[in-house]
Design a protein around this ligand. Structure first.
Ligand code: NAD
Length: 471
């Protein structure tokens, strides 16, 4: 069983705060809260120089009230039993908020990935998959991993290939993992999904004139100043889509440092500069901040922590100047920090809602794998023909012709990416209004995180109640 459970306790404190608003049976709430299964494995890795290293890895399945369980795989030095348990619990609550029919899981390997060659990372990933397979911790109907901190489509392709080799009779083998490259059974739009979802979530939050007035901001993304911590998968795409929506990036940070320019930091130029110089620092016209974590304290409307947990703490929270904290990462604000920020009137858009775009599109990918067909393949041409017929009818009634460009634009059938992005937008918008409505119903004391927990607790309790207990 777990040693110190600091992060998991923190998730549970938030759960308890929300549970106090409900009248559910205490023992049922206890059952929801516990982490059902944790598998800690240790296995040897042969390094390229022939030496042997023992590697520690975990997979936690928090709740099997819906199957399969789902959650990312991390490669990082902070990976621990506590971390995977906490993150798997967040996955359970996250899936419930966005109505994705999965239980929560999370896994990780405790390594500094920068210290391993590609060949070593491949051996590690394949061995990890084998260990999961032999303990029944992976499979399209059991537990479906996805990318997370330190992993991406390449690792997911290795996992899918290893699983398929081990489970030769499993027709749905590709559904054993999501976030795969498109030619390996991935879905278009998954890579960008979490960051795009972060933008949709922020857009929904800032569109309420009433909520924005309460924190002294005008509604709308346009012109809002934004700082982003971490420019990996989530941070980079969140920054990109926020910039495209008209926000101004004024602070950016990566592991080596942070930069600041109140006149704006053009994202693609910053990324090109980092690629060339291997550092975000010394970007033309920007000021280098003394420490990477100083990005959390810059003057901005919206702060997007998108690196790791425990970044905004009781210590630095009093110095946070942002009016909105949009949690791209999982667990970036400690509960102590959340209390301080609440007193300062900061509006927190919580992780378990805001970064749920990743699991939402992972759900679409899993469905695609089970269907063995690309989204839109059946209907695209049919839709285009129907739209063309409609345009022709309008032209003949009005005696006016559409231009060629107009006709092409209007008569476009939906591609897979269109459908994925539309499903993501629908999910993020609906879920935001659902949790914000709960927040409003419970009055001033109830923040959006608590409302999000209330929302998921109510949904999960409903599932348990209907399910009964086996045997
Ligand atoms: P990633 O590995 O792609 O990127 C993380 C980036 O943060 C890296 O570039 C890293 O160098 C940087 N970083 C690390 N420590 C930093 C620090 N102290 N200051 C500034 N930058 C730092 O990981 P990711 O997939 O983008 O995940 C980031 C967070 O988002 C994690 O909490 C993860 O659990 C969460 N998340 C990811 C997904 C997903 O689909 N990838 C989905 C939901 C939630």
């Amino acid at each position: 069983m777990a040693g110190k459970t600091v992060f998991f306790d923190q998730v549970n404190r938030n759960f308890d705060k929300a549970a106090a608003y409900t009248k559910h049976d205490k023992s049922l709430l206890e059952q929801i809260k516990v982490c059902n299964s944790v598998y800690h494995m240790a296995f040897p890795l042969e390094r390229d120089d022939g030496s042997i290293e023992v590697v520690h890895a975990w997979r936690a399945e928090h709740s099997q009230h819906k199957l399969p369980t789902k959650g990312g795989i991390r490669y990082g030095m902070l990976v621990s039993e506590d971390e995977v348990m906490a993150l798997s619990a967040l996955m359970t609550y996250k899936c419930a908020i966005v109505d994705v029919p999965f239980g929560g899981a999370k896994g990780g390997i405790k390594i500094d990935r920068t210290k391993y060659s590609d060949a070593e990372l491949e051996r590690l990933t394949r061995r990890y998959t084998f260990e999961l397979f032999r303990k029944h911790f992976i499979g399209p109907a059991i537990d479906v991993p996805a990318p997370d901190y330190g992993t991406g489509p390449r690792e997911m392709a290795w996992i899918a290939d290893t699983y398929a080799a081990l489970a030769q009779n499993d027709l749905n083998a590709l559904g054993c993992v999501t976030g795969k490259p498109v030619p390996q059974g991935g879905v278009r739009g998954r890579k960008e999904a979490t960051g795009r979802g972060v933008m949709f979530g922020i857009r929904e939050a800032v569109c309420s004139a009433e909520d924005m007035k309460a924190i002294g901001l005008q509604p709308g993304i346009e012109g809002k100043t934004v700082a982003v911590q971490g420019l990996g998968n989530v941070g980079y795409y969140a920054a990109k889509f926020l910039e495209e929506a008209g926000a101004k990036l004024v602070g950016l940070s990566e592991i080596e440092g942070a930069i600041w320019n109140p006149n704006g930091l053009p994202l693609e130029e910053v990324m090109a500069h980092r690629k060339e110089t291997r550092s975000i620092l010394d970007f033309p016209d920007a000021k280098n901040l003394p420490r990477a974590e100083d990005v959390l304290e810059v003057d901005c409307d919206i702060l997007v922590p998108a690196a790791l947990e425990n970044q905004i703490t009781g210590d630095n929270a009093p110095r946070v100047k942002a009016k909105i904290i949009a949690e791209g990462a999982n667990g970036p604000s400690t509960s102590e920090a959340s209390e301080v920020l609440a007193q300062k009137g900061v509006f927190i858009i919580p992780d378990m809602y805001l970064n749920a775009g990743g699991v939402t599109v992972s759900y679409f990918e899993w469905i695609k794998n089970l269907a063995h067909m690309r989204f839109g393949r059946m209907e695209k041409r049919f839709e285009e023909r129907a739209y063309r017929n409609l345009l022709t009818a309008i032209e003949s009634r009005t005696a006016k012709a559409f231009t060629a460009d107009e006709a092409t634009g209007f008569a476009r059938g939906a591609s897979e990416e269109d459908l994925v992005n539309s499903g993501l937008e629908e999910t993020m918008a609906n879920a935001y209004h659902e949790i914000n409505e709960i927040r409003r119903q419970h009055g001033r004391q109830c923040d959006l995180r608590t409302a999000a927990f209330i929302c998921s607790i109510n949904k999960i309790v409903g599932t348990y109640a209907e399910m009964g207990i086996f045997p």
